[in-house]
Ligand binder design. Structure first.
Ligand SMILES: [Zn+2]
Length: 166
């Protein structure tokens, strides 16, 4: 327990809870159930579809970006070693790895985003950290091909001949 003392409970939800890290004030989503790779954390849909991406949206098509419902999924943070994918075909939050109770639930931004509205520097500290997080369109192919991508991003990568390997 003691190593989680800096996490302040914000709100509880099916299979997860929102907590705030009091050391850096970052809000994140944490598992309250353990999952196996391939499990579904939760189904999601859109509360609103917009044409222009922003830091809260998930891309589902060209000029189609959704605001997530349930809304608390907006607190899912980026990691360069993600444990979930926003699968925009099945509209399910899909586990890419096993997840233990208490683990932060994270996704890889470029796995769903072709272009990112605000690029940012990642501080995940993982050995595979990509540093500057950009849309899939701008990441090096050798980085992108290490990740499971949404069907939309895979299709875009093929269309633009980014990832001939797929
Ligand atoms: Zn990183």
């Amino acid at each position: 327990m003691s190593n989680h003392d800096h996490l302040k409970f914000i709100s509880g939800h099916p299979n997860c809870e929102v907590k705030q890290n009091m050391l850096n004030e970052q809000i994140g989503l944490f598992a309250t159930t353990s999952f196996t790779k391939g499990d579904i954390v939760i189904d999601f849909d859109s509360s609103k579809i917009v044409e222009t991406p922003n830091y809260l949206t998930v891309q589902i098509g060209e000029n189609k970006h959704i605001h997530l419902n349930p809304e608390y999924l907006q607190y899912t943070n980026h990691s360069c070693e993600p444990n979930v994918l926003f699968n925009t075909t099945t509209m399910q939050l899909e586990c890419l790895t096993n997840i233990a109770i208490g683990d932060e639930i994270t996704f890889f931004y470029p796995a769903t985003e072709w272009m990112i509205s605000q690029k940012f520097n990642c501080h995940c500290g993982k050995p595979t950290c990509v540093g500057l997080v950009q849309g899939a369109a701008e990441l090096p192919t050798e980085v992108l091909k290490k990740y499971k991508l949404s069907d939309f991003i895979s299709a875009m990568a093929k269309k633009y001949n980014r990832l001939l390997i797929f």
